[in-house]
Write a protein that binds this ligand. Structure first.
Ligand SMILES: Cc1ncc(COP(=O)(O)O)c(C=O)c1O
Length: 389
């Protein structure tokens, strides 16, 4: 083995020792872990529409959108999506990761501050890193801390020669919580920063017609003052793709400078066609959304009543915190053996080990009750297997 492979071997051994080794594994069992929040991946209407399209559309898009990979359906989807969320323009890219990474790299630069919630998604952190901007982490959801960092930047650069950008998720994918948007927008007015909000986990699940959590908590004017909103087709849309909503000028800028947009093959043509259809489906699902909300609240209340440690939000994302990686792995393995697909999420994805339980509109009360019963049994088995010190 040469030096490279020896290094890799050592790294893998160290990952295994810390109980952080990961493997790809096909799914089975009832879905308590995916991001298919509204069940669209198996929606019969969407599948039927797919069947009707598949002879019409080629497989690959053959080139980037700036060469031969652009299709009318992509432009149409962008227009319809921008209208849906009251934005001026939208840009469709291959994934949500690409959307965050490419956007932040395009608008930030080494002479610029980016203020970032400590628990933001990796695509945001990596975008900041590649841009070379000065990265300032604020404590999770702590807008007082953000304010103090903004004040500090004002002291360092009183003439505001260096741009300030603030980036946050609107609904944190691993924690199920949200910032206080009103306070965030007040800070924006006071400090005049560029604001990027990632709506990945709330699109399709919150707000009227599933427009996102911003539409639940803010006015239209508030929402339109957000400079960039990032969405993904990979979660409640049941597809794959990323969308950036911004001003028309913002879209033109990205089309001209965003490297993963310019230098990568366009999304599959059929995806944009399916996304137009999926958007209509999602809009019509207010009843399912409200049922999912009730299911989530009931489930959380059941877990709290039997003493599990979960964060106190009322969303469909339920992080069940566990003291160690090995305990999280034990729970996940046992649940999977019982036909309940729950995964252990460990560092570096999150700071502390947990089961990330995500509920979706296809689940019933019977399913969540089965999960609660299983969790109680597993906790008992774990407690009995650990010697008292
Ligand atoms: C908050 C957030 N933004 C962006 C992404 C990336 O989206 P995609 O899976 O479409 O690449 C994720 C993925 O989990 C996410 O959690």
């Amino acid at each position: 083995m040469n030096r490279h492979w020896q290094e890799i071997q050592k790294k893998l051994e160290s990952i295994k020792e810390k109980q952080l080794f990961r493997e790809t594994k096909s799914y089975q069992g009832i879905d308590f872990c995916s991001n298919d929040y509204m069940g669209l991946t198996s929606n019969p209407n969407l599948l039927e529409y797919f069947e009707s399209l598949k002879d019409e559309y080629p497989f690959g898009s053959t080139a980037s959108r700036l060469v031969r990979g652009n299709y009318d359906s992509m432009d149409q989807f962008e227009r319809e999506f921008a209208n849906f969320v009251y934005g001026e323009a939208a840009l469709l890219v291959s994934t949500g990761f690409v959307a965050n990474f490419g956007l932040i790299d395009s608008i930030a630069a080494p002479d610029c501050y980016v203020f970032c919630d400590r628990l933001n998604h990796a695509s945001i952190l990596d975008g900041i890193r590649i841009s070379g901007a000065k990265k300032k982490y604020y404590n999770h959801l702590d807008l007082q801390h953000l304010k103090s960092l903004l004040d500090k930047a004002d002291k360092e650069d009183p003439q505001k020669k260096q741009k300030r950008i603030v980036v946050t998720e609107s609904l944190f994918g691993m924690d199920g919580d949200s910032p206080d948007f009103k306070t965030l927008l007040k800070l924006k007015e006071e400090y005049d920063f560029v604001l990027v909000v990632d709506e990945a986990h709330s699109l399709g699940v919150y707000g009227p017609e599933g427009k996102g959590i911003l539409f639940r908590d803010l006015t239209m004017d508030d929402i339109q003052s957000i400079d960039y909103r990032v969405y993904t087709l990979g979660k409640s849309f049941g597809l794959e793709g990323g969308i950036i909503v911004t001003k028309k000028m913002g879209r033109d800028h990205l089309v001209n400078v965003m490297r993963p947009f310019i230098f990568s093959t366009a999304p599959l043509p059929i995806v944009s066609k399916l996304a137009i259809f999926a958007l209509e489906l999602l809009r019509s699902m207010d009843t399912l959304r409200s049922e999912l909300h009730t299911l989530s609240v009931d489930f959380k209340n059941s877990l709290l009543a039997i003493g599990f440690s979960i964060t106190s939000t009322e969303t469909h994302i339920v992080p069940l915190l566990l003291p160690s990686e090995s305990e999280a792995l034990y729970y996940a393995k046992r649940l999977q053996e019982m036909g309940l697909d729950v995964r252990a999420i460990r560092p570096p994805t999150v700071p502390t080990p947990r089961l990330r339980i995500s509920l979706n509109a296809k689940l019933t009360k019977k399913d969540t009750e089965a999960l609660v019963t299983a969790l109680v049994q597993i906790r008992k088995d774990w407690d009995e297997s650990v010697p008292l010190v």
